[in-house]
Design a binder for this molecule. Structure first.
Ligand code: MD3
Ligand code: FE
Length: 216
């Protein structure tokens, strides 16, 4: 019997069903969070975080980048996945192995065997940033789940129903928490409440969220 003194200081993993098709894997990535943040920094050194614009012309308060074969973008022409970073015209950075392996393990844990992500959206929230209620529907195959990984400052995640008007429930997501959204939860409206100020040992004054997806 050994006791890992570092692991003992981390929140312990637990599994909490959220709604049919959605599972919160609390602290699933807590042990590797520092490594994941370093990989985010490597990705964003190549494809910088930027504030994209909605088709309606609004600047998003969340700064975004991508890695993997496809990246999610929005501009005046609409929302879509594309293989190149519009800032450079070059391919997005490769998806770090640590991202892929974490997503595959989490998806399997939630009952989605064989998840093979080809896109990872990187979101950066600074204090004051938020994401309004929306559905993720630019992916080709809605039978594939989305795996989300929270890093750094905690946030209040909002999830509603199948209609934008459905009153959303609130859930606190902390660094190392992983959520798998699939099946009947795949098309639920969701968003993130305005990020409060704070200071996190891994990220300083920000929260990162990774969403691993099968775009095509
Ligand atoms: C529920 N990101 O990038 S992750 C997004 O914290 C996005 O940055 C939020 O919504 C964030 O599109 C939430 C949790 C999440 C991701 C995808 C979902 C929840 C979802 C897809 C369907 C239903
Ligand atoms: Fe979303």
């Amino acid at each position: 019997m050994t006791l890992d003194l570092f692991a003992a200081l981390e929140p312990q993993p637990s599994r909490e069903p959220i709604t049919q098709g959605a599972v919160l894997l609390r602290a699933f990535a807590a042990g590797e969070a520092a490594q994941l943040v370093r990989a985010v920094e490597q990705v964003t050194a190549q494809s910088p975080l930027r504030h994209m614009h909605t088709p309606g012309g609004f600047r998003m308060s969340v700064a975004m980048s991508n890695c993997g074969r496809y990246g999610w973008v929005t501009d005046r022409r609409g929302y879509r996945y594309q293989p190149e970073d519009p800032l450079s015209g070059r391919p997005w950075p490769e998806m770090p192995q640590a991202f892929r392996e974490l997503a595959v393990r989490a998806a399997r844990e939630a009952g989605f065997d064989g998840f093979d992500p080809d896109a990872c959206l990187v979101n950066r929230y600074e204090p004051g940033a938020r994401m309004s209620l929306h559905q993720d529907k630019n992916e080709q195959d809605m039978a594939q789940p989305i795996v989300s990984v929270s890093l750094g400052l905690p946030a209040t995640f909002l999830f509603g129903g199948m209609e934008r008007a459905d009153k959303p429930l609130r859930m606190r997501l902390e660094s190392g928490d992983v959520v798998v959204w699939g099946g009947p939860a795949r098309l639920l409206f969701h968003g993130v409440d305005t990020l409060p100020d704070g200071d996190h040992p891994l990220t300083g004054r920000c929260r990162y969220n990774l969403t691993l997806r099968r775009a095509r």
